[in-house]
Design a binder for this molecule. Structure first.
Ligand code: GTP
Ligand code: MG
Length: 301
Protein backbone atom coordinates (compact mmCIF):
# COMPACT_ATOMS: atom_id res chain seq x y z
CA UNK A 1 0.00 0.00 0.00
CA UNK A 2 1.17 3.52 -0.70
CA UNK A 3 1.40 5.82 2.29
CA UNK A 4 -0.59 8.69 0.82
CA UNK A 5 -4.24 8.50 -0.16
CA UNK A 6 -5.33 10.73 -3.04
CA UNK A 7 -8.89 11.85 -3.62
CA UNK A 8 -10.98 14.40 -5.41
CA UNK A 9 -13.43 15.34 -8.12
CA UNK A 10 -12.88 14.95 -11.84
CA UNK A 11 -15.26 16.20 -14.50
CA UNK A 12 -15.60 14.87 -18.03
CA UNK A 13 -16.34 17.57 -20.57
CA UNK A 14 -16.47 17.78 -24.35
CA UNK A 15 -18.77 18.12 -27.31
CA UNK A 16 -21.92 16.03 -27.45
CA UNK A 17 -21.34 12.44 -28.62
CA UNK A 18 -17.57 12.41 -28.02
CA UNK A 19 -17.87 9.48 -25.58
CA UNK A 20 -17.91 11.01 -22.08
CA UNK A 21 -20.51 8.66 -20.64
CA UNK A 22 -18.98 5.62 -22.35
CA UNK A 23 -15.60 6.52 -20.83
CA UNK A 24 -16.99 7.08 -17.36
CA UNK A 25 -18.80 3.73 -17.40
CA UNK A 26 -15.61 2.05 -18.60
CA UNK A 27 -13.49 3.68 -15.88
CA UNK A 28 -15.76 2.60 -13.04
CA UNK A 29 -16.50 -0.77 -14.63
CA UNK A 30 -20.26 -0.44 -14.52
CA UNK A 31 -22.97 1.04 -16.71
CA UNK A 32 -24.49 3.94 -14.83
CA UNK A 33 -24.77 6.69 -17.45
CA UNK A 34 -26.75 5.93 -20.59
CA UNK A 35 -25.03 6.29 -23.96
CA UNK A 36 -26.17 6.56 -27.55
CA UNK A 37 -25.02 7.68 -30.96
CA UNK A 38 -27.38 10.68 -30.74
CA UNK A 39 -25.80 13.90 -29.48
CA UNK A 40 -27.08 15.30 -26.18
CA UNK A 41 -27.81 12.01 -24.54
CA UNK A 42 -26.77 13.05 -21.03
CA UNK A 43 -28.94 15.75 -19.45
CA UNK A 44 -28.01 15.80 -15.79
CA UNK A 45 -24.78 15.70 -13.87
CA UNK A 46 -24.07 12.10 -12.96
CA UNK A 47 -21.63 11.31 -10.20
CA UNK A 48 -19.80 8.00 -9.93
CA UNK A 49 -17.08 6.80 -7.60
CA UNK A 50 -13.91 4.84 -8.30
CA UNK A 51 -12.07 3.50 -5.27
CA UNK A 52 -8.72 1.71 -5.12
CA UNK A 53 -5.88 1.33 -2.64
CA UNK A 54 -4.17 4.50 -3.80
CA UNK A 55 -7.17 6.74 -3.73
CA UNK A 56 -10.74 7.62 -4.59
CA UNK A 57 -11.80 9.42 -7.75
CA UNK A 58 -15.24 10.98 -8.00
CA UNK A 59 -16.25 11.39 -11.64
CA UNK A 60 -18.81 13.88 -12.86
CA UNK A 61 -20.32 13.13 -16.24
CA UNK A 62 -21.94 16.21 -17.71
CA UNK A 63 -24.08 17.07 -20.73
CA UNK A 64 -22.05 17.87 -23.84
CA UNK A 65 -21.20 21.56 -24.13
CA UNK A 66 -23.34 23.09 -26.79
CA UNK A 67 -25.10 26.40 -27.38
CA UNK A 68 -28.60 26.31 -25.94
CA UNK A 69 -31.71 26.26 -28.13
CA UNK A 70 -34.34 26.05 -25.41
CA UNK A 71 -34.65 26.05 -21.62
CA UNK A 72 -33.62 22.41 -21.42
CA UNK A 73 -30.49 23.22 -23.47
CA UNK A 74 -29.78 26.17 -21.23
CA UNK A 75 -30.11 23.93 -18.19
CA UNK A 76 -27.75 21.35 -19.69
CA UNK A 77 -25.11 23.97 -20.45
CA UNK A 78 -25.29 25.34 -16.91
CA UNK A 79 -24.80 21.86 -15.51
CA UNK A 80 -21.67 21.42 -17.61
CA UNK A 81 -20.15 24.85 -16.90
CA UNK A 82 -20.84 24.92 -13.21
CA UNK A 83 -18.64 21.91 -12.58
CA UNK A 84 -15.48 23.42 -14.12
CA UNK A 85 -14.63 25.50 -11.08
CA UNK A 86 -15.67 22.93 -8.53
CA UNK A 87 -13.39 20.07 -9.47
CA UNK A 88 -9.76 19.08 -8.93
CA UNK A 89 -9.06 17.90 -12.47
CA UNK A 90 -10.82 18.39 -15.81
CA UNK A 91 -10.81 15.61 -18.43
CA UNK A 92 -11.53 17.13 -21.82
CA UNK A 93 -12.50 14.55 -24.41
CA UNK A 94 -12.02 15.23 -28.11
CA UNK A 95 -12.36 13.29 -31.35
CA UNK A 96 -9.13 12.08 -33.01
CA UNK A 97 -9.10 14.80 -35.68
CA UNK A 98 -7.20 17.99 -36.42
CA UNK A 99 -10.42 19.92 -36.96
CA UNK A 100 -11.05 22.26 -34.08
CA UNK A 101 -14.67 23.23 -34.55
CA UNK A 102 -16.92 25.77 -32.83
CA UNK A 103 -17.75 23.32 -30.02
CA UNK A 104 -14.03 22.89 -29.26
CA UNK A 105 -13.39 26.65 -29.49
CA UNK A 106 -16.18 27.14 -27.02
CA UNK A 107 -14.60 24.68 -24.58
CA UNK A 108 -11.22 26.41 -25.02
CA UNK A 109 -12.86 29.72 -24.11
CA UNK A 110 -14.27 28.20 -20.95
CA UNK A 111 -10.96 26.59 -20.04
CA UNK A 112 -9.16 29.91 -20.39
CA UNK A 113 -11.19 31.10 -17.41
CA UNK A 114 -10.36 28.32 -14.96
CA UNK A 115 -7.24 27.34 -13.03
CA UNK A 116 -8.09 23.67 -12.65
CA UNK A 117 -5.54 21.29 -14.28
CA UNK A 118 -6.77 19.97 -17.62
CA UNK A 119 -5.95 16.57 -19.11
CA UNK A 120 -6.78 16.09 -22.78
CA UNK A 121 -8.22 12.71 -23.72
CA UNK A 122 -8.20 11.88 -27.43
CA UNK A 123 -10.99 9.30 -27.63
CA UNK A 124 -12.14 6.85 -30.34
CA UNK A 125 -8.59 5.99 -31.43
CA UNK A 126 -9.99 2.64 -32.62
CA UNK A 127 -11.81 4.48 -35.40
CA UNK A 128 -8.77 6.03 -37.16
CA UNK A 129 -5.21 5.27 -38.26
CA UNK A 130 -2.47 5.90 -35.72
CA UNK A 131 -1.10 8.82 -37.73
CA UNK A 132 -4.40 10.66 -37.31
CA UNK A 133 -4.15 10.31 -33.54
CA UNK A 134 -0.64 11.69 -33.67
CA UNK A 135 -1.76 14.64 -35.80
CA UNK A 136 -4.66 15.38 -33.46
CA UNK A 137 -2.32 15.45 -30.48
CA UNK A 138 0.05 17.79 -32.34
CA UNK A 139 -2.81 20.15 -33.14
CA UNK A 140 -4.34 20.28 -29.70
CA UNK A 141 -1.05 20.63 -27.89
CA UNK A 142 -0.65 24.13 -29.37
CA UNK A 143 -4.08 25.27 -28.24
CA UNK A 144 -3.74 24.91 -24.49
CA UNK A 145 -1.27 24.05 -21.80
CA UNK A 146 -2.54 20.56 -21.01
CA UNK A 147 -1.01 18.74 -18.06
CA UNK A 148 -1.10 15.50 -20.08
CA UNK A 149 -2.54 14.16 -23.31
CA UNK A 150 -3.85 10.58 -23.30
CA UNK A 151 -5.13 8.76 -26.41
CA UNK A 152 -7.77 6.11 -25.60
CA UNK A 153 -10.64 4.04 -26.88
CA UNK A 154 -13.42 4.20 -24.30
CA UNK A 155 -15.45 1.70 -26.29
CA UNK A 156 -12.69 -0.92 -26.40
CA UNK A 157 -11.22 -0.09 -23.00
CA UNK A 158 -7.89 0.70 -24.62
CA UNK A 159 -5.42 2.76 -22.57
CA UNK A 160 -8.11 3.75 -20.07
CA UNK A 161 -5.98 2.49 -17.14
CA UNK A 162 -3.58 5.29 -18.01
CA UNK A 163 -6.31 7.78 -17.18
CA UNK A 164 -6.71 6.37 -13.68
CA UNK A 165 -2.98 6.43 -12.91
CA UNK A 166 -2.61 9.91 -14.37
CA UNK A 167 -5.53 11.23 -12.35
CA UNK A 168 -4.10 9.78 -9.14
CA UNK A 169 -0.95 11.73 -9.92
CA UNK A 170 -2.79 15.07 -10.16
CA UNK A 171 -5.33 14.65 -7.37
CA UNK A 172 -4.48 16.13 -3.97
CA UNK A 173 -4.00 14.06 -0.85
CA UNK A 174 -7.36 13.68 0.75
CA UNK A 175 -9.83 11.54 2.64
CA UNK A 176 -11.97 8.70 1.34
CA UNK A 177 -15.24 10.58 0.86
CA UNK A 178 -17.43 7.56 0.17
CA UNK A 179 -17.27 3.96 1.36
CA UNK A 180 -15.83 1.59 -1.18
CA UNK A 181 -19.22 0.10 -2.10
CA UNK A 182 -20.57 3.44 -3.30
CA UNK A 183 -20.76 3.60 -7.09
CA UNK A 184 -23.10 6.49 -7.82
CA UNK A 185 -25.35 9.22 -6.48
CA UNK A 186 -28.09 8.31 -8.94
CA UNK A 187 -31.18 6.81 -7.31
CA UNK A 188 -32.28 3.46 -8.76
CA UNK A 189 -35.49 5.07 -9.98
CA UNK A 190 -33.51 7.59 -11.99
CA UNK A 191 -31.30 4.95 -13.62
CA UNK A 192 -34.40 2.94 -14.48
CA UNK A 193 -36.01 5.97 -16.15
CA UNK A 194 -32.79 6.67 -18.05
CA UNK A 195 -32.67 3.11 -19.36
CA UNK A 196 -36.05 3.64 -20.99
CA UNK A 197 -34.81 6.91 -22.48
CA UNK A 198 -31.67 5.20 -23.77
CA UNK A 199 -33.64 2.53 -25.61
CA UNK A 200 -35.93 5.19 -27.10
CA UNK A 201 -32.88 7.21 -28.18
CA UNK A 202 -31.29 4.20 -29.80
CA UNK A 203 -34.39 2.86 -31.51
CA UNK A 204 -36.06 6.05 -32.73
CA UNK A 205 -35.05 8.32 -35.58
CA UNK A 206 -33.33 11.66 -35.14
CA UNK A 207 -35.85 14.32 -34.24
CA UNK A 208 -38.07 12.61 -31.71
CA UNK A 209 -35.57 11.54 -29.03
CA UNK A 210 -34.50 15.08 -28.13
CA UNK A 211 -38.04 15.93 -27.19
CA UNK A 212 -38.64 13.06 -24.83
CA UNK A 213 -38.48 12.64 -21.10
CA UNK A 214 -39.24 9.57 -19.01
CA UNK A 215 -40.90 9.46 -15.60
CA UNK A 216 -41.34 6.47 -13.33
CA UNK A 217 -44.92 6.51 -12.09
CA UNK A 218 -44.50 3.62 -9.69
CA UNK A 219 -41.92 1.00 -8.79
CA UNK A 220 -42.92 -1.69 -6.31
CA UNK A 221 -41.51 -5.01 -5.27
CA UNK A 222 -44.11 -7.77 -4.97
CA UNK A 223 -44.73 -9.00 -1.44
CA UNK A 224 -43.48 -12.48 -2.20
CA UNK A 225 -40.32 -10.98 -3.76
CA UNK A 226 -38.64 -12.00 -6.97
CA UNK A 227 -40.44 -9.41 -9.13
CA UNK A 228 -40.62 -5.64 -9.37
CA UNK A 229 -43.56 -3.94 -11.09
CA UNK A 230 -42.59 -0.71 -12.84
CA UNK A 231 -44.88 1.81 -14.52
CA UNK A 232 -43.17 4.42 -16.65
CA UNK A 233 -44.37 7.17 -18.97
CA UNK A 234 -42.54 8.48 -22.00
CA UNK A 235 -43.34 12.17 -22.50
CA UNK A 236 -43.11 13.56 -26.02
CA UNK A 237 -43.93 16.87 -27.68
CA UNK A 238 -46.31 16.04 -30.50
CA UNK A 239 -49.18 13.68 -31.31
CA UNK A 240 -47.31 12.54 -34.40
CA UNK A 241 -44.33 11.64 -32.20
CA UNK A 242 -46.58 9.66 -29.92
CA UNK A 243 -47.68 7.58 -32.90
CA UNK A 244 -44.10 6.87 -33.88
CA UNK A 245 -43.05 5.94 -30.36
CA UNK A 246 -45.94 3.50 -30.07
CA UNK A 247 -45.39 2.16 -33.58
CA UNK A 248 -47.51 -0.13 -35.71
CA UNK A 249 -49.71 -2.11 -33.36
CA UNK A 250 -47.50 -1.07 -30.50
CA UNK A 251 -44.41 -2.70 -32.00
CA UNK A 252 -41.96 0.14 -31.25
CA UNK A 253 -43.10 0.60 -27.66
CA UNK A 254 -42.84 -3.14 -27.15
CA UNK A 255 -39.27 -3.12 -28.44
CA UNK A 256 -38.27 -0.18 -26.22
CA UNK A 257 -39.94 -1.91 -23.28
CA UNK A 258 -38.35 -5.30 -23.71
CA UNK A 259 -34.83 -3.92 -24.22
CA UNK A 260 -35.19 -1.62 -21.20
CA UNK A 261 -36.63 -4.43 -19.08
CA UNK A 262 -33.67 -6.71 -19.77
CA UNK A 263 -31.21 -4.10 -18.56
CA UNK A 264 -33.36 -3.27 -15.55
CA UNK A 265 -33.33 -6.94 -14.55
CA UNK A 266 -29.55 -6.93 -14.79
CA UNK A 267 -29.30 -3.72 -12.75
CA UNK A 268 -31.81 -4.70 -10.06
CA UNK A 269 -30.95 -8.40 -9.94
CA UNK A 270 -34.58 -9.46 -10.12
CA UNK A 271 -37.38 -10.03 -12.62
CA UNK A 272 -39.14 -6.89 -13.81
CA UNK A 273 -42.65 -6.38 -15.10
CA UNK A 274 -42.48 -3.12 -17.07
CA UNK A 275 -45.53 -1.21 -18.29
CA UNK A 276 -44.85 1.73 -20.61
CA UNK A 277 -47.18 4.62 -21.42
CA UNK A 278 -46.80 7.55 -23.81
CA UNK A 279 -48.08 11.08 -23.15
CA UNK A 280 -47.91 14.33 -25.14
CA UNK A 281 -46.87 17.55 -23.39
CA UNK A 282 -46.35 20.30 -25.92
CA UNK A 283 -43.24 22.45 -25.45
CA UNK A 284 -42.27 20.87 -22.13
CA UNK A 285 -38.65 21.72 -22.93
CA UNK A 286 -39.53 25.40 -22.55
CA UNK A 287 -41.53 25.09 -19.36
CA UNK A 288 -39.71 25.41 -16.02
CA UNK A 289 -42.51 23.66 -14.22
CA UNK A 290 -42.74 20.66 -16.54
CA UNK A 291 -38.96 20.34 -16.71
CA UNK A 292 -38.86 20.16 -12.93
CA UNK A 293 -41.58 17.50 -12.95
CA UNK A 294 -39.48 15.41 -15.29
CA UNK A 295 -36.35 15.59 -13.16
CA UNK A 296 -34.53 18.64 -14.51
CA UNK A 297 -34.50 21.01 -11.58
CA UNK A 298 -32.61 24.29 -11.95
CA UNK A 299 -32.26 24.66 -8.19
CA UNK A 300 -30.32 21.41 -8.01
CA UNK A 301 -27.54 22.38 -10.39
N1 GTP B 1 -15.61 3.91 -32.15
C1 GTP B 1 -15.78 4.41 -30.93
N2 GTP B 1 -16.99 4.87 -30.56
C2 GTP B 1 -17.13 5.35 -29.30
C3 GTP B 1 -16.04 5.41 -28.38
N3 GTP B 1 -16.50 5.96 -27.24
C4 GTP B 1 -17.80 6.22 -27.42
N4 GTP B 1 -18.21 5.86 -28.66
C5 GTP B 1 -19.55 5.96 -29.24
O1 GTP B 1 -19.90 7.32 -29.36
C6 GTP B 1 -21.31 7.51 -29.13
C7 GTP B 1 -21.52 8.55 -28.06
O2 GTP B 1 -21.10 8.06 -26.82
P1 GTP B 1 -21.61 8.72 -25.44
O3 GTP B 1 -20.78 8.10 -24.36
O4 GTP B 1 -23.08 8.64 -25.32
O5 GTP B 1 -21.16 10.24 -25.69
P2 GTP B 1 -21.31 11.51 -24.72
O6 GTP B 1 -20.09 12.34 -24.88
O7 GTP B 1 -21.64 11.07 -23.32
O8 GTP B 1 -22.54 12.26 -25.38
P3 GTP B 1 -23.60 13.33 -24.73
O9 GTP B 1 -24.13 12.72 -23.47
O10 GTP B 1 -24.62 13.44 -25.79
O11 GTP B 1 -22.84 14.60 -24.50
C8 GTP B 1 -21.86 6.13 -28.77
O12 GTP B 1 -22.44 5.56 -29.92
C9 GTP B 1 -20.63 5.36 -28.33
O13 GTP B 1 -20.73 3.97 -28.53
C10 GTP B 1 -14.77 4.90 -28.80
O14 GTP B 1 -13.77 4.88 -28.10
N5 GTP B 1 -14.70 4.43 -30.10
MG1 MG C 1 -23.25 11.47 -22.15
Amino acid sequence: MSDTFKSGFVTLIGRPNVGKSTLMNELIGQKIAITSSKPQTTRNRIQTVYTCEEGQIIFLDTPGMNKAKNKLGDYMLKVAKQTLNEVDVILWLVEPTTYIGPAERYVLEQLAQVKTPVILVVNKIDSVEEIEVFKAIETYKDEYDFKEIIPVSALRGKNTDDIISTLLKYLPEGPQYYDEDTITDQPERQIVAELVREKALRLLDKEIPHGIAVVIDSMKERKKGGMIDIDATIICEKDSHKGIIIGKQGAMLKKIGSQARMEMEHLLGTKVNLQLWVKVKKDWRDSDMLMKNYGYNKKEI
